[in-house]
Design a protein around this ligand. Structure first.
Ligand code: HEM
Length: 396
């Protein structure tokens, strides 16, 4: 960056990863959007792309906004993730994605629905006998932990650590100035060691993990790719969906009229899920590497810069969503970018939506209203969500 470029540049000088911003990001997001569609984060030496139209355009333009030099905010992670599906560009990326996404297509995940409904129904019945429950652990964890771990086929030692590895790795996406990044890096290294060392013979037969190693044997993908893709089923699948589900209950508890509407008309479910992801996007931002000088909103992003795609900020953009802080399940929110956009659009989106649909339906069958007893947010570099959400559910 030259000084004369900076003079004309909208600039934000605070720490974007401070506890304060992470725990209550929405005022900062509004400030950033008001400053411009591309804002220089001077403390982190990176751009933030803030508004809906510009984030979408950037995600649709991987030739300029490349993933191949990493999507994180620090060199150790960007180097460690070289070759990971998230951190490659097309055509290599699409080649990997063909194998990876096979079990995650709508028809393939649809087969899981009946089993999920059974698990969800039993769990909600159990919870309705209690005076209160934790919507994060008792509801949010239930399907991702039980279903995903079974499908991936990890042995018991891997399953036990999955949640910690996933949350730690996402914390490590932050800048090195954040203590959470440093702690996260240690956890990410532990997860990487496990992934490198896993013996394919210990994976459950017919599991997604085994299918990846079979694809490697056929020569469709490299063995190292099979290992990293296996964790690609785990790391991004857990806290994202867990946070989205518990955020849904938090939003419905605070907006009982919306819960009543959903209960009365289940056709509103797909729209309700989009609105939850729009309002409380579980992933705040991933970054891209700028491959050549490129203008956004009158400022030039120089080749070699890092640009953050602020999904969560764009999803509250008043230029695209009237009254963006209002939770309205009938809103047209299909164009939200909480699952990303373009070639890296979330590969697990159909699974996540199915898990949320099944659990919310099971609750809607039995719960007339939620009352929040206690809530605790979790400060996290990449993920937005609750650590604890104790609720009392009024039965029908
Ligand atoms: C509500 C839940 C979820 C949310 C909000 C979410 C969000 C996202 C976002 C924003 C991206 C885009 C990354 C980018 O632009 O670089 C992404 C990519 C990805 N997600 Fe998800 N995700 C969720 C659930 C899942 C699940 C359940 C899985 C796996 C089973 C998964 C696997 C992936 C993978 C592998 C990618 C990278 C895709 C690629 O690079 O082509 N996600 N997700």
């Amino acid at each position: 960056m030259t000084t004369d470029t900076l003079l004309a540049t909208p600039t934000y000088e605070q720490d974007f990863w401070s506890d304060e911003v992470v725990l209550n990001p929405y005022p900062t997001y509004r400030t950033l959007r008001d400053l411009g569609p591309a804002v220089w984060l001077s403390r982190h030496e990176a751009w933030a792309i803030t508004r809906h139209a510009e984030v979408r355009a950037a995600l649709a333009n991987p030739e300029v906004f490349s993933s191949a030099r990493g999507c994180m905010m620090n060199d150790p992670m960007n180097t460690a993730f070289v070759g990971n599906i998230l951190c490659t560009d097309d055509p290599e990326h699409q080649q990997m994605r063909k194998t990876f996404a096979r079990p995650l297509m709508p028809a393939a995940v649809g087969v899981l629905k009946a089993r999920m409904e059974e698990l969800a129904s039993e769990q909600v019945d159990r919870l309705m006998e209690q005076e209160s429950f934790d919507a994060v652990v008792d509801i949010g964890h239930h399907l991702p932990i039980n279903v995903v771990s079974e499908l991936v086929g990890l042995p018991e030692d891997g399953r036990r650590h999955m949640l910690d590895w996933a949350a730690g790795s996402f914390d490590a996406f932050g800048p090195l100035s954040s203590p959470r990044t440093i702690t996260g890096l240690e956890v990410a290294q532990e997860a990487a060691r496990y992934t490198r060392g896993i013996d394919p013979a210990r994976l459950a037969p017919k599991s997604w993990g085994t299918a990846l190693f079979q694809a490697a044997e056929r020569g469709d993908i490299a063995e190292a790719q099979a290992r990293s893709m296996m964790m690609g089923y785990v790391a991004p699948a857990l806290d994202t969906t867990i946070n989205a589900t518990s955020s849904a209950i938090w939003l419905f508890a605070r907006n009982p009229d919306q819960w009543a509407r959903l209960r009365a008309d289940r056709d509103l479910m797909p729209g309700a899920i989009n609105e939850v992801i729009r309002m409380e996007s579980p992933i705040r931002a991933f970054s891209r590497y700028v491959t050549r000088d490129h203008e956004v909103g009158g400022v030039v992003l120089r080749q070699g810069a890092r640009a953050l795609m602020l999904y969560a900020c764009a999803n509250r953009d008043e230029r695209n969503y009237p009254d963006p802080d209002r939770f309205d399940i009938t809103r047209r929110a299909r164009d939200h970018i909480g699952f990303g956009y373009g070639t890296h659009t979330c590969a697990g989106m159909h699974l996540a939506k199915l898990e949320m649909t099944v659990i919310l339906n099971a609750l809607a069958d039995r719960v007339a209203a939620f009352e929040i007893v206690e809530e605790e947010r979790r400060p996290h570099n990449t993920l937005r969500g609750l650590h604890r959400l104790i609720v009392r559910a009024t039965p029908d």
